[in-house]
Structure formats: C-alpha cells, structure tokens
Design a protein. Sequence first.
Length: 154
Amino acid sequence: MAGYSRPAVARIFGVPALGGLLFGWDIGATSYVLTQLQSAEYAGVSWSGAVAGSSFLQGLVTSGGVAGALIGAAIVFRIADAIGRRRELILAALLYVAGAALEVASGFGTSEASGLALLLLGRLVYGAACGFAMRAPRVRIHLHAIAETSRRHR
C-alpha cells in the first residue's frame, strides 16, 4: 500500500493505548509509594509520620486516583460531544501534567497539612485525567476513525 508506514501507525495507535498501561501501572505503583511514605528515611517529607500512623490517610492516597477517575468520567460524559475527541484527549494530557505537578509539589518544604492536601489534590486531578482518557469506547472509536479504510475491522 502506498503511503502506509508501520512506525507511523505504531506511534498513532501507541499513544492512546499507553493511557491504559499508565493507569494500571499507577494503581500497582501506589502500594509501593505508600510503603515509602510511611518511612521518614525514604519519603523525604516531614509529614511521613502522619501517613504511617493513619490507615485512613493511606486509604485516601490509594483511592484518590480512583475517585478522581470517577469524577473525571462523569464530567467528560457530559461535555465530550461538545468539545470533541481531540480536545478531550488534550485536556486529559493537561490534567495528567497538573496532577503530577501537584503530587511533586507536595514534597517540597511544605507543612504536614499543605503537603498532604497537595498530594491528595494531585491524586484527584490525576484520577480525573484517567477518567477523561480512559473512556475505552471513545478511544477505540478514535483509533478506528484514524485507521486506513482497508485496515479497519481486523
């Protein structure tokens, strides 16, 4: 086929598919992060003792991403048709970056209350990004729409 490039197709289809991989990786990596947050030596934050002493806070850190995904999915369900697929995925990418930035900021010289608040807010924002990006039928439709006509339904 003229104009068909396997590397180009791999890039086009790989980027949206990477979202599912990252969400699964995040859920699995949270358990290790909780172990680190419970140790002042490994966490590098002044508020690690609060996390170590509270199973409630550990639960909030763990479930914050999933709660954010629920909120993000509810929001995107209402606005997706108005903003379109492309803007939906761009907004998801921006939310991913904002959530990661908030989580990183939680460790830089902050007090216990503000550090935990930034971490939990970052988890919610990151989860909202997952809710936006993980609308599986929407992503599959997008991948189907950008595929060559001869390559669809395989």
